[in-house]
Design a protein around this ligand. Structure first.
Ligand code: PAF
Length: 274
């Protein structure tokens, strides 16, 4: 495995690649969710690039940029064992210039839910994903469904800008108790981890209601709110179609139920695709 810390090193490492490149962008602190993306990408492509870059432009003032978990050595080992060809770990100077041209998230899709709570987050996220897709020249890029709104916006960006890269959605990976894997779970104490389970429990409750024929979004939201009483603050519960439009009734095969809540100092998100 080549570790490339600059654009030049990345270009040099993939010089001579003949086949298709699969790409998994990450911010590091790799966990089982990342590993699932990496394994899927490995099985579908000739070459595999993973990036680890804690992207400053997608963090808002006062967010956890400085304390975001950084585990370079462990991440390298995981990538090596998983058969990654190139691990791209650029510096911020490599990725950004001063006063650069930017792209912005669309006003509706980019400024609702997570975008409303974290205004500007998706602009920075799209900016870096666009750069990474261009510099890796990936044929396929892999993203988890846990960041459903991120996935929606990246797919839209790929469409809007005719990017020659297929965006591949991958299933959410959970621990054995149901907690969706996330690098930010590292912030949780034992008690917070227990309380964080109420996110997935609320989604299970919602699924059971749908399975028993109750498709009413308002009633489902109310039930979920009860289950989420164990968290410290609910940011949103949303029931949307696959285009992120709010819906009053669950439509089977065209609905995502999402939740964002705080447990202690940690903001968690989770969702289920119905
Ligand atoms: O999902 C993430 O880890 C990040 O938002 C991404 C896609 C790597 C962009 O920085």
């Amino acid at each position: 495995m080549v570790i490339a810390r600059s654009i030049e090193a990345l270009l040099e490492a993939k010089k001579g690649y003949g086949g298709e490149i699969g790409f998994v962008p990450t911010m590091g602190a790799l966990h089982g969710g990342h590993l699932a993306l990496i394994q899927t990408a490995r099985s579908q492509n000739d070459h595999l690039v993973v990036s680890v870059f804690v992207n400053p432009t997608q963090f808002l003032e006062g967010e956890d940029l400085d304390c975001y978990p950084r585990r370079e050595e462990a991440d390298s080992k995981i990538c090596e064992l998983a058969g990654v060809d190139i691990l791209f770990m650029p510096t911020t100077d490599q990725m950004y210039e001063k006063d650069e041209l930017t792209i912005g998230a669309p006003l509706r899709g980019g400024y609702i839910l997570d975008g409303a709570k974290r205004p500007g987050h998706f602009d920075g996220m799209l900016q870096i994903v666009m750069k990474l897709l261009n510099v890796t020249t990936a044929s396929r890029a892999y993203f988890g469904k846990k960041d459903a709104q991120q996935l929606f916006l990246i797919s839209q960006m790929a469409r809007t800008y005719f990017l020659p890269c297929q965006i591949i959605p991958c299933e959410i990976v959970r621990d054995n108790l149901g907690l969706a894997l996330s690098s930010r779970n590292a912030y949780l104490s034992v008690d917070e981890k227990r309380r964080a389970l109420s996110l997935s429990r609320s989604l299970k409750r919602a699924t059971r209601m749908v399975m028993s024929g109750n498709l009413n979004a308002k009633e489902i939201t109310e039930e979920m709110r009860d289950v989420l009483a164990d968290t410290d603050k609910i940011e949103y519960i949303a029931i949307v179609d696959r285009n992120f439009k709010s819906i009053g009734e669950v439509k089977i095969a065209d609905t995502i139920i999402l939740v964002a809540a705080w447990v202690g100092q940690t903001r968690l998100i989770d969702n289920i695709w119905i």
